[in-house]
Design a protein around this ligand. Structure first.
Ligand code: NAD
Length: 337
């Protein structure tokens, strides 16, 4: 499909930008978040324009087609580069895999910062960047610093709540940035999430997110261990999951993301779909490495975090097919040991 950006370029850029929002990165999380953002904002104003961009053009095309089938005539355009997204929009949300992709999208040629540097200061000062990627805190601070130098605003706003929360619009956003940029971002984040927490200055949202995922990464492994051990002791997985979930061992990994098929009769975790969807094992390994790096840099010991990181590494080395499956698929590897 030919992008309609050329037509957009012919219009008065400044007038259009104030009514446009761009979303870059339409993967498992981004596509659901962008869908909520569009649906709820579009319901308020049909004059509003949505710009989407993904390194895989088919992701953007599929997203646009889905929205148009639901909202015929909706004002949604595809652009091919982050630079085009900045020229067309005053608010830009990015949801990318990790640090390398954030560096590419923000700093490289055809990226966001080189585009911002061509703006006059009064053009860039109302522009807001919201990065919801989980990435290295130092990289995020460096990128935000370079964006802010151009006069624009930027926050880190990683999320908690998974694909289910992204779809339901109930994500928690953990925000790092100035009070002013937090307040500017709040109404936009409210279209996609329920809890919006200002954690502190630039990078603070990511620090909170990395600590949360450190807990989650350890818990998901130990829940898999306990569920496997219990079955070896002759326990029915439904009974065992029920006991854990009504006792002190209960946690999200056991009560929502239990790794054993049919153990949660009233829920549908990724294990019911051959571990498809959800949070990829490779992304959890990435987050455990982020935790290790930041802990080493700050002299904070992580004995369990290190074991969990090593175990996710082992899972992916032995079963590369589990890298893209939900991280609860560590249970499958454990069963085979
Ligand atoms: P994903 O891999 O499904 O999606 C990433 C998207 O970014 C893909 O569509 C990819 O094509 C696109 N992309 C990559 N490089 C790009 C570039 N240079 N320019 C434009 N687009 C590019 O990942 P996801 O599961 O959606 O996760 C995104 C982020 O959210 C990660 O940082 C992850 O750690 C975090 N997160 C994920 C979950 C989850 O349950 N999946 C939960 C919380 C947080």
């Amino acid at each position: 499909m030919r992008p309609t950006f050329r037509a957009l370029q012919a219009l008065d850029r400044r007038a259009m930008r104030t009514k446009s929002t761009a979303f870059i990165g339409l993967g498992r999380m981004g596509s659901e978040m962008a869908h909520n953002l569009f649906s709820k904002k579009f319901a308020e104003s049909t004059e509003w324009q949505f710009i989407v961009c993904d390194a895989l053009p088919e992701n953007a095309v599929t997203f646009r087609q889905n929205l148009l089938s639901q909202y015929p005539g909706a004002n949604i355009d595809i652009v091919h580069t982050p630079e085009e997204a900045v020229y067309a929009s005053e608010t830009v949300v990015t949801m990318l895999p990790s640090s390398p992709q954030v560096k590419t999208v923000y700093t490289e040629a055809n990226g966001i910062i080189p585009a911002l540097q061509t703006f006059k200061s009064n053009e860039s000062e109302r522009t807001l960047f919201i990065d919801s990627t989980t990435l290295d805190v130092d990289v995020a601070r460096h990128v935000a610093g370079s964006v802010i130098k151009t006069g624009a605003q930027m926050i880190d706003a990683p999320v908690s709540g998974g694909v289910t929360g992204a779809k339901a619009g109930t994500l928690s956003f953990l925000v790092g940035g100035t009070e002013a940029s937090f307040l500017q971002a709040q109404p936009i984040l409210a279209y996609m999430g329920k809890r919006i927490i200002h954690c502190g200055s630039s990078g603070a949202g990511l620090g909170a997110k990395i600590c949360n995922n450190l807990v989650l990464g350890v818990q998901q492994i130990v829940v898999a261990e306990a569920m496997l051990l219990g079955q070896k002791l002759g326990l029915d997985p439904v009974v065992l999951a029920g006991v854990i979930n009504s006792s002190t061992g209960g946690c999200w990994a056991s009560s929502v993301n239990n790794p054993v098929p049919a153990s949660l009769p009233d829920k549908s975790p990724p294990c019911e779909r051959d571990y498809e969807g959800g949070f990829a094992t490779a992304l959890m390994l990435k987050d455990m490495n982020l935790a290790m790096d930041i802990a080493n840099a700050n002299n904070s010991p992580l004995p369990l975090g290190q074991s969990a990181r090593d175990f996710y590494t082992e899972v992916i080395n032995h079963r590369p097919d589990l890298a893209k499956k939900d991280f609860s698929s560590v249970y499958r590897h454990l069963k085979e040991l």
